[in-house]
Write a protein of this length. Structure first.
Length: 219
């Protein structure tokens, strides 16, 4: 309270004390009220992007499953060869073996690896070379199918929408809840559909607990 009148007396100051106390109590009472428009704007953003995600996801998921089924139907190839260290064949279904073979054949062709003159070793690596060729042929067929379904673009859009929904939900979680209904919405976000509680970070739930203290108090 600012005193601007030079003739203010002690009696006037004492008389002003009740009003001052009442004025000081106002922020305490109004602290329980937040700007509803901020919450509603953030909620509208989430609702809009969630609706877009909900409209997109069924079609994308159906396309993804069809694409995967066609890709999985392409047969894998088993490449037989000379027995070396007990290894008689390789298959394109073993992605780890394929990656190892690709790296080793690339090193051989670049002159970064040399084969010793051991019985069956060169034949063994010829088997690996045939494995790499078979795996690359199959991958080309897979990419042809994926291109026909335009699945890379659809996957990217699905991921983009998912990230936007997560960002909008996090922003709303960090927006002060104007009432108990909004607080209940926040609390419902803290568990999975099956009821399991998600271990959120403290930063994510900080505003939620602040809302609990402000809206519920000692209730």
């Amino acid at each position: 309270m600012t005193i601007t009148t030079p003739t203010t007396t002690r009696r006037a100051m004492l008389a002003a004390i009740p009003a001052t106390a009442a004025f000081a109590a106002i922020p305490t009472a109004s602290a329980r009220v937040v700007d509803r428009s901020q919450w509603e704007a953030a909620k509208a953003v989430l609702d809009n992007i969630a609706a877009a995600d909900a409209a997109f996801t069924p079609g994308w998921w159906d396309t993804w499953q069809k694409c995967k089924a066609e890709c999985d139907a392409i047969p894998h190839t088993t490449v037989p060869g000379a027995d070396y260290c007990g290894k008689r064949s390789y298959t394109t279904a073993d992605s780890m073996e394929v990656r190892i073979a690709q790296r080793e054949i690339a090193d051989l062709d670049a002159g970064h690896m040399r084969l010793d003159d051991l019985p069956g070793l060169r034949e063994h690596y010829e088997m690996k070379r045939r494995l790499v060729t078979a795996a690359e042929d199959r991958e080309q067929k897979v990419q042809c199918i994926r291109g026909r379904y335009d699945i890379d673009r659809l996957d990217a859009r699905a991921e983009e929408l998912g990230e936007q929904v997560a960002d909008a939900r996090e922003h709303l979680m960090k927006t002060p809840a104007p009432d108990n209904r909004a607080l209940r919405w926040k609390l419902e976000q803290l568990r999975e559909e099956d009821g399991d509680v998600i271990p959120w970070t403290a930063d994510y739930v900080e505003q939620c607990f602040a809302d609990i203290a402000r809206l519920l108090g000692d209730a």
